[in-house]
Design a binder for this molecule. Sequence first.
Ligand code: SAM
Ligand code: SF4
Length: 478
Amino acid sequence: MMDNILEGKKIDETRQGEALEMASSSNPNGKKLFLESYGCAMNFADSEVVASILIKQGYQTTNDELEADLILINTCSIRENAEERVRKRLTNFKYRKQHQPSLIVGVLGCMAERLKKQLLEEEKLVDIVAGPDSYRDLPSLINEVEGGQKAVNVLLSREETYADISPVRLDNKGISSFVSITRGCDNMCSFCVVPFTRGRERSRDPQTIVQECRELFEQGYREVTLLGQNVDSYRWNITNKGEIKDETKPTTNFAELMAMCAEVHPDLRIRFSTSHPKDMTDEVLETIAKYDNICNYIHLPVQSGNTEVLKKMNRGYSREWYLNRIDAIKRIVPEAAISTDIITGFCGETEEQHQDTLSLIEEVKFDFAYMYKYSERPKTLAERKYEDDIPEEVKQRRLTEIITLQREQGMVINQSYVGKTVKVLVEGTSKKSDDMLCGRNDQNTMVVFPKVDVQPASYVNVKITDCTSATLIGEVVA
Ligand code: SAM
Ligand code: SF4
């Protein structure tokens, strides 16, 4: 579907619907958990927290839903079609329950927060509804269901960061992992449901973040992605007005946190997502430039190239401000790849405003972009204040124009790598051919090359000989 076309790759939404089995060999309660995650990287990271909590309760994970006693779906509400996919899945499970009445089905995450009543009472699709801040409560929610009740906890918290819970890694490749640094969002972009489903922004204790990175490195991981809806607003012991909370303790901002993580080990690559144009400082860029192991890759969602539209979106910056931030990236981190998110057909968007988005794409020359049609979300400011008045076919046509332009530019950027040598973190055999290996370069572009005798999670230098619009092709050099 065009709406979900992903240009290049994105840490979120690339593993949609994947059910993952992890190494939990003991199984004290004899019960099996099937855990499926949709949506953003934050959801995948949360599922690892959920797995950790339930393994402690004696569950073993399975990737065969047919043998599960407990099915949990970690859901996404960002666009309507994301919710529709989950609803279809839940309807299937409802029929399964007719043959297996003891089966417990739970909805976690953003849809739980948004649709608790419908899912539980009206459509009777699930037994458990647990919002993003209530995962510690899952064992008692399961007990309630086993006692014959439906169970719900969708309370949002101002403090919960799950900082003390060691996530159980669900991606059994053991190379790259997500590490949450903030939860929630205080930004209130007018199109976005996240502040309603994930609550207020909180930052996690930096010591626990560094400790998690250290443990991952010791377990053999070679890449972490620091996650937050707006990583640039990470702050520890600092109020959102910039005042120090406790003078006797150190403060940490995002640039300092990145440096602390980079110092865990030079062979641990640090990535981060998502940067916000209104908050990304030169200090952050200088820190990226200073450390070789902080990746030269910045995901900086623009959403629209027109200042009036940005104002209606409540993004907190203008086209000029965004371009100024792009200039700063190109000046301070010239090697950086830049990707973005774009929404087409936002309320009232005129043809000229759409042209401004196209001209911004031409001006910036993004390495990748993730492009969506506007999808009205209940309760958001845009739903209350503006009309979703751009016809579907116009949204679609504008999206196609944007995708076409971005593809052409992505191809030109990839061609500029031909003849260069890039450092690649090997992930394993390429999906396209058993004779090829694959991995990502510093700039987050997928690189494929003929098999050589190297293990996953090691670094190799690859000389680029060819490319597509999404992939670099090359061969290992000394
Ligand atoms: N926090 C990130 C930021 O501000 O850039 C974005 C997080 S959101 C999970 C990912 C992307 O989904 C957004 O950047 C936006 O392009 C898209 N998105 C969010 N709400 C949307 C909506 N109502 N319709 C279409 N796309 C939407
Ligand atoms: Fe949504 Fe805006 Fe927060 Fe991103 S910054 S999660 S788009 S409200």
